[in-house]
Design a binder for this molecule. Structure first.
Ligand code: SAM
Length: 471
């Protein structure tokens, strides 16, 4: 359902882009017929930096300085504030450019109000309301030409980058931010400009002091990206807030994805005071720490020693170190060690047990670790743990795909016994989903003891897999 919605959304988006492209071309066709200020391509030309900056790889801010002509109104000081207020939509809007300047004729009784050249091309461009206001303040609606000096500081980052990078090629349009770090995924043709791009992003985004390029190389085990600093300080220890919780970590050595904040919140909201949460692939704690803050007892694990270190740090930072026990184990060893040890007592209680498994590339393969985890004599129907297991899917029907693979790994058919939540689209035709289910007692207590050595790779039997998914 959500996947269909996201497809509808992409379709609507594409339609919208098409509409705005048509509007843009209509606008430039219309502007050809206009007078002085609305020349064709005025939008792009007027604020376009000088040609000389094209191809620049080391930022020379002075080279962006130029003088342009903008329309202005001469306004008596006595009504200045009222006029500026009435012309709010007609005045110039540029970073660092004042809307009001000294009168060029040197009179201290007047000021010049600078107007947006894209909106005001002649005195007839004012809306009825604006014209009426000007009349009521006795302001002469005669436009002046004002020579405005534009510098690097008055340009937006995309204007700088479009002017520098080769024409017709994409400029890096967006970046993700983790605390003071802005991270890009640059294309090959952008690489020669990486230092300049980094410096522009620092200059134009308050709070960003370090810009990195995330290469496509993801550490296959620990899921963090290899990255290089494009500009700014080399400090990779970020401090961020997610859903009201503070985290610190070395972004170059652990996994962090700000796009998962809603998903972290969704799962944590299912956890009640007194519940127990086992977080098998905990990272730096975005499920574990808020769950502990909600009053749950948490056992959190990560194989990456660096993640484990920051997980402990974040527990202390948020004063929940007494509610969280941390482990630095392989996920399978964690399930067959601490989870196995704790479960017998928890099964007898009333509080819920949640097992979170967010390693979407592999987590489904770890589900077989639950097969026959507990001895038959402990078998019960009540208070069985709920698993939230994440997976990617590239199939046309991702929900069916993940349920099938989860069933296969568990050796038990989950169809109609689980729910699937769409988390996000991570790439074209690649979705991230979360499959949630109560571990069937037939799985947990099955006595299927074939593969309980934690050091061994999972080897679910083909026959069992077919049995599980056929039903
Ligand atoms: C996708 S991240 C998720 C981290 C965190 N739960 C979150 O939502 O941001 C997966 C984590 O699993 C850890 N990991 C990878 N392989 C593992 C394994 N075999 N056993 C335990 N942890 C593992 C990685 O170090 C990484 O921190």
């Amino acid at each position: 359902m959500l996947r269909s919605l996201s497809r509808v959304f992409s379709y609507v988006q594409a339609e919208r882009n098409l509409k705005s492209a048509v509007l843009r071309s209509l606008w430039s066709a219309a502007s050809v017929c206009s007078d002085f200020y609305l020349k064709p391509t005025m939008e792009t030309k007027l604020y376009k930096p000088p040609q000389e900056v094209r191809g620049m790889t080391s930022l020379n801010k002075e080279a962006f300085t130029q003088t342009i002509t903008v329309p202005a109104l001469r306004v008596p000081n006595g009504v200045l504030n009222k006029v500026v207020k009435s012309l709010k939509k007609a005045t110039i809007q540029r970073p660092g450019v004042p809307r009001v300047v000294q009168d060029e004729e040197g009179s201290s009784d007047f000021r010049l109000v600078l107007l947006d050249p894209h909106r005001i091309s002649s005195s007839s461009s004012f809306s009825e309301g604006e014209a009426e206001a000007l009349r009521s303040f006795s302001v002469v609606q005669e436009l002046r030409h004002y020579e405005l000096q534009l510098t690097y500081h008055n340009l937006k980052s995309d204007e700088v980058l479009e002017a520098v990078l080769p024409p017709g090629q994409d400029v890096p349009s967006g970046f993700s931010r983790v605390g003071h770090i802005a991270h890009f995924n640059l294309r090959d043709h952008q690489l020669p400009y990486k230092n300049l791009i980094g410096q522009v992003i620092i200059d134009k985004n308050p709070g960003v002091t370090c810009v990195v390029n995330k290469t496509n190389m993801i550490d296959t085990t620990y899921r963090y990206f290899k990255m290089e600093v494009m500009a700014g300080e080399e400090n990779m220890v970020a401090k961020i807030k997610e859903n009201g919780v503070t985290y610190e970590f070395d972004f170059s050595r652990v996994y962090w994805n700000s796009r998962l904040s809603t998903e972290h919140q969704r799962v944590v909201q299912l956890v009640k005071r007194g519940d127990t949460v086992f977080d098998v692939f905990a990272g730096v704690g975005p499920f574990a720490v808020p769950a502990a803050r909600s009053g749950a007892n948490v056992l959190a694990n990560d194989l990456n020693p660096e993640s484990h270190k920051w997980l402990q740090h974040n527990c202390k930072l948020n004063k929940v170190e007494k509610k969280v026990r941390t482990f630095n184990l392989d996920g399978r060893a964690f399930i067959q060690g601490p989870v196995k040890q704790e479960l017998p007592v928890l099964l007898k209680g009333k509080a819920k047990v949640h097992i979170v498994m967010n390693l979407p590339a592999l987590a489904l393969d770890f589900l077989d670790a639950f097969r026959g985890l507990l001895p038959q004599e402990l078998s019960c129907d009540e208070n069985l743990p709920t698993v939230h297991c994440y997976s990617f899917s590239k199939e046309d029907n991702p929900d069916t795909d993940v349920v099938k693979r989860a069933s296969c790994s568990l050796g038990f058919p989950l169809k109609d016994k689980c729910s699937v939540h769409f988390v996000r689209n991570v790439a074209p035709n690649k979705d991230m989903l979360c499959v949630s289910f109560t571990i069937p007692k037939e799985v947990l207590f099955s006595g299927d003891q074939e593969k309980t050595d934690p050091s061994e790779e999972p080897a679910p039997k083909r026959q069992k897999c077919e049995e599980a998914t056929d039903s």
